[in-house]
Design a protein around this ligand. Structure first.
Ligand code: PLP
Length: 231
C-alpha cells in the first residue's frame, strides 16, 4: 500500500512536470522535445529511483559524487539508456570517479577542475560532456565563473583542454526573480556559440523554458520535499 502511494505520487508529479514543460514550450513557440528534464535526485533512495525509471524516465542529476557512486552502479547495470548528470560542485580528488560515472558534468567552475577532468578523460578513454557553471549573480559563496571570465575560460576548455563543452549552467539566488540571470546565461551562450542552457529548478523551470532553457533540473516537484541539508 505504502509503495503504491509513493509510486502514484511519482507518476502524478512526473506527469504534471511534463505537462508544464509542454505548456511552457508551446507558449514560447518551442518544441517540448528541445527541453530535457533532468530529475535532480539527491537524497532520493534507490527504490524510488527505480520506480522513476520504471515510469519511463531516463535522465537524472546528482549533487555528490560519493552519493552517486553508492546509488547508481546497480541501477546503471540493471536499466538501459540512463543518462547521469553531475550537478554539484566537484573536488579535484573526485575527478576520476566523476569521469567514470557521469555522462555529463554540469558544474565545471574553475581551471583546476577543467584540467583534472581533461586529464582523467584522456586516462580513461571516456569523455563526459561538460557544461560551465556561471555565477550569474556574483554571489561570493556560490561556485561558478564570473560572467566576465566566461569567455576566456570557455576558450581554454575548448582549445587548450579539448573538453567536450556543450553549454552553460547557472543557479540563481533563491527567492529572487531569476529572469536577469537566465537572460545573462543565454546571452553568453549565444555569444560563444554554445547549444545547451541548463537553467530552471522546481520553482522556475517554466520561466526558464520561456527564456531558452534546453535542460531544466527539477527535484522536489518530482520527488517531494527533501530532508533538510546536512553540511
Ligand atoms: C537540488 C538541485 C536542483 C533541484 O532543485 P529543486 O528546487 O528541488 O527542483 C537543481 N539544480 C541543482 C544544482 C540542485 O542542487
Amino acid at each position: 500500500m505504502e509503495t503504491d502511494t509513493v509510486h502514484c505520487d511519482l507518476r502524478d508529479n512526473l506527469a504534471r512536470v511534463r505537462t508544464t514543460i509542454g505548456t511552457a514550450s508551446h507558449q514560447s513557440g518551442r518544441d517540448p522535445q528541445t527541453v530535457t528534464l533532468v530529475a535532480a535526485s539527491k537524497t532520493v533512495e534507490p527504490d524510488r529511483l527505480q520506480s522513476t525509471i520504471d515510469l519511463g524516465h531516463r535522465v537524472f542529476g546528482e549533487n555528490r559524487v560519493q552519493e552517486a557512486k553508492n546509488k547508481w552502479p546497480p541501477l546503471l547495470e540493471g536499466n538501459r539508456g540512463l543518462e547521469l548528470h553531475l550537478l554539484g560542485p566537484l573536488q579535484s580528488n573526485k575527478a576520476r570517479d566523476a569521469v567514470a560515472l557521469f555522462d555529463v558534468i554540469q558544474s565545471i567552475d574553475r581551471p583546476s577542475i577543467a584540467t583534472a577532468i581533461a586529464r582523467e578523460s584522456d586516462k580513461q578513454g571516456r569523455r563526459p560532456q561538460v557544461y560551465i557553471q556561471v555565477n550569474t549573480a556574483r554571489e561570493p559563496q556560490k561556485s561558478g565563473v564570473l560572467p566576465e571570465e566566461a569567455s576566456e575560460f570557455i576558450r581554454a576548455c575548448r582549445e587548450t583542454l579539448d573538453l567536450d563543452l556543450a553549454g552553460l549552467m547557472c543557479i540563481p539566488p533563491a527567492g529572487e526573480d531569476p529572469s536577469g540571470d537566465f537572460a545573462l546565461l543565454r546571452k553568453i551562450s549565444e555569444d560563444e556559440g554554445l547549444r545547451v542552457l541548463s537553467m530552471g529548478m522546481s520553482g522556475d523551470y517554466a520561466q526558464a523554458i520561456g527564456q531558452g532553457a534546453t535542460h531544466v533540473r527539477v527535484g522536489s516537484a518530482i520527488f517531494g520535499a527533501r530532508p533538510p541539508v546536512r553540511s
